[in-house]
Design a protein around this ligand. Sequence first.
Ligand SMILES: CC(C)(COP(=O)(O)OP(=O)(O)OC[C@H]1O[C@@H](n2cnc3c(N)ncnc32)[C@H](O)[C@@H]1OP(=O)(O)O)[C@@H](O)C(=O)NCCC(=O)NCCS
Length: 181
Amino acid sequence: MTIRPATVSDAQAICDLINYYAERGRMLHRSLESVYQSLRDFLVMEDRDEIVACVATELFWADLAEVRSLAVAPHARGKGLGTKLIRKAVAVAQKLGVHRLFALTYEKEFFARLGFEVIDRDKLPEKVWRACIYCPKADDCDETAMILRILSRSGKKPLPLQRKPKRTRKRTKVPRTRKKK
Ligand SMILES: CC(C)(COP(=O)(O)OP(=O)(O)OC[C@H]1O[C@@H](n2cnc3c(N)ncnc32)[C@H](O)[C@@H]1OP(=O)(O)O)[C@@H](O)C(=O)NCCC(=O)NCCS
C-alpha cells in the first residue's frame, strides 16, 4: 500500500470513488473536469494497481488550507487508511507552512479522533463557500466545520483566523529630525 501524489491516470478512479459517496449523500459530487483542475492537490493510496483512497489539500490563504474529498473505497474502510491519509495531508500542510487545516464533514467523530475541533463555520472566510453553489444542499448545509491547529516545525503557534486579508497601510515616511547638539 503506497501513498503518492495523484497523476492524470488516477483522475477517473478518484472521480468514481468520490461520486460513489456523493450518490449516497455523504460527499459533494465532483466532475472529472474539476478533479483534473485540482489534481495537484490530491494524494492517492494505491494497493496493487487499485486506487483505494484519496484526499485533497486545498490552499486558501497563508494560514488556511482545507482537507477535502477524503474517500476510502467501501471494501477498504475501517483499516486505518483514512487516518493515514489525513496524517499525510497534515504533513503536506505543515511542509507548506500552513498552520490550520479545516474540513467540512459529516464524519465528526472520525475527524475529532484526529485532533480536529468543531468551529463556528462563520469564522471561515467567504471564499471557502464558493464550491457550495454546486451543492444541492447549498442553502441547507448540514456539514460540520472542523479545524486542526498545526504547530510548525519550529513550534510556532498558528495566527488567529482572519476572515479577510489584512489591509496593509501605506507607511508614510517621516523624515528623521537630527538631534541638536
Ligand atoms: C470517513 C472515512 C474517510 C474514514 O476512513 P477509514 O479508513 O474508514 O477510517 P479509519 O480506519 O482510519 O478509522 C480510524 C478510526 O476512526 C473510526 N471511525 C472511522 N469512521 C468513523 C465514523 N464514521 N464514525 C466514528 N468513528 C469512525 C474507526 O473506527 C477507527 O477507530 P479505531 O482507531 O479506534 O479503530 C471513510 O469511512 C470514508 O471514506 N467514508 C465515506 C466518505 C466520507 O464521508 N468522507 C469524508 C468526507 S469529509
